[in-house]
Design a protein around this ligand. Structure first.
Ligand SMILES: [Fe+2]
Ligand SMILES: [Fe+2]
Length: 368
């Protein structure tokens, strides 16, 4: 797959988001790619360009008008609170917090690359869509840049230019991009706002000033999610019919299960904020599921205790897989040790997928 050229585009470049300065902080080696690390996406740009927006053009135009207002233009400005804040963290908290910053920065940057490339490639053929993507790329560039600056407080920096050129790109057809990005924007909204509201109640757990920025920040993600909601309504076949129902279930499950396993594995970070990772994820998953019912034809039955039991089994299997990875055994032995847990994970995911979903059409405005 040809990597997007977005970083070299004038306007928003890796220089603004976080260029590596030879005299600056140490460049952090990117985290090893696993099934749980954020991905970079590319898609069928011609199909995107040819998309007919007429079924929901009025709503898309209204969302674009909101983007043009650029509510957070002056929001992401660092203040004196950041001075010396990094030095106050103990070594263990520092480690998990830097991991959080890295993961968040990579996800935000992945959004930037995809949106920027989309806006560039469909500019002449689908100007409204292109403009929406350009505004969203602007927001994600700010988010990624702000996170990368926070990493700089820990004398580390992500080399985003290197990441652009060297990370593997996953190809998704446009409708899969819609499901995946819609969910990642909405889950991002709930993740940020849940942390923000918790820290509002527990200011003593605010370990770093970046959390003060989460309230306005998550509104960007919410608007981005609303854009994909409107886009799916403009292409009603993406959220209508038997196949759409299967795919929506699949994406909901993939996103929820990945987040749950990943967050429980780094529960120390949530602990440092005074949060229990499992409780936090449960709230975020329930809220995202509820929100998704506004556009997806089905959502998952997250009130069923079996759903959570099965997620816990994934967590246990994942812990065994990590233990096998960490052992000093030769690669074939490791693979042999891991095999039963991979199989068990596959089986749990299949069982989760086959759980009866909840039809959500009745909760939706009558656009379809
Ligand atoms: Fe973002
Ligand atoms: Fe976003």
């Amino acid at each position: 797959m040809v990597p997007p050229t977005a970083v070299a585009t004038p306007g928003q470049s890796s220089q603004q988001i976080g260029q590596v300065n030879p005299d600056g902080p140490a460049v952090k080696e990117p985290a090893k790619d696993t099934i749980l690390t954020p991905r970079f996406y590319t898609t069928d740009f011609d199909a995107m360009a040819a998309m007919d927006l007429r079924p929901n053009e009025v709503e898309l135009e209204a969302i674009c008008e909101e983007f043009r207002k650029d509510y957070n233009r002056h929001h992401f400005v660092r203040n004196g609170e950041f001075d010396g804040a990094a030095d106050k963290l103990d070594p263990e908290t520092r480690k998990v917090f830097v991991e959080f910053l890295e993961q968040s920065c990579t996800s935000e940057f992945s959004g930037f690359l995809l949106y920027k490339e989309l806006s560039r490639r469909i500019k002449t053929k689908n100007p409204l869509l292109a403009e929406c993507f350009a505004h969203m790329a602007r927001d994600e560039a700010r988010h990624a840049g702000f996170l990368n600056k926070a990493m700089g407080d820990f004398d580390l920096q992500l080399d985003l230019g290197f990441l652009t050129a060297n990370k593997a790109y996953t190809f998704f057809k446009p409708k899969f991009i819609f499901y995946a990005t819609y969910l990642s924007e909405k889950i991002g909204y709930w993740r940020y706002i849940a942390i923000y509201r918790h820290l509002e109640q527990h200011p003593e757990s605010k370990i770093f000033p970046i959390f003060n920025f989460f309230e306005n920040w998550c509104q960007d993600e919410n608007r981005h999610g609303d854009f994909f909601d409107a886009l799916m309504r403009a292409q009603p076949d993406t959220v209508r019919g038997f196949r759409a129902r299967l795919w929506c279930r699949f994406f909901l499950l993939a996103v929820f299960a990945t987040m749950y396993v990943r967050d429980v594995a780094r529960k120390e970070f949530y602990g440092a904020l005074g949060l229990d990772a499992r409780t936090y994820d449960k709230v975020v998953i329930e809220k995202t599921n509820e929100t998704s019912a506004r556009v997806f034809p089905v959502v998952l039955d997250v009130q069923n205790p079996l759903f959570w039991e099965r997620l816990e089994r994934l967590v246990q299997n994942n812990a065994q897989l990590s233990a096998a990875d960490a052992s000093g055994a030769p690669a074939p032995i490791k693979a042999l040790r891991k095999l039963p847990y991979w199989a068990a994970n596959g089986l749990e995911m299949a069982k989760l997928f086959l759980m009866k979903p909840i039809r959500s059409e009745q909760f939706q405005p009558a656009v379809r």
